[in-house]
Design a protein around this ligand. Structure first.
Ligand SMILES: [Zn+2]
Length: 85
């Protein structure tokens, strides 16, 4: 694997998400090439920042989903009691 291939592969997805055979090649190249190692650390940091930014948002979305689910369950329960009564 050369630098060009490495860059193409690591841009397509982070090394952690790559298939194991490809990941092995990426890691071998990383071990040999300090330029790509620096590049990969940059990618890793970007990835982590995106995850952190998304984690806060995901919490909001999850709590909204829980609230809606609760409302639907309450409505469903009422409907049931009407049918039974
Ligand atoms: Zn390289």
């Amino acid at each position: 694997m050369d630098c060009e291939q490495f860059r193409r592969s690591s841009r397509a997805g982070s090394i952690a998400r790559s298939r194991s055979a490809e990941r092995e090649l990426l890691e071998i190249h990383l071990g040999e090439c300090s330029a790509c190692r620096a590049l990969s650390e940059d990618f890793g940091q970007q990835d982590q920042q995106l995850r952190l930014a998304f984690a806060a948002r995901r919490e909001q979305v999850t709590s909204l989903a829980e609230r809606i689910k609760g409302q639907l369950a309450a409505r469903g329960a009422r409907k049931c009691s009407l049918l039974l009564g």
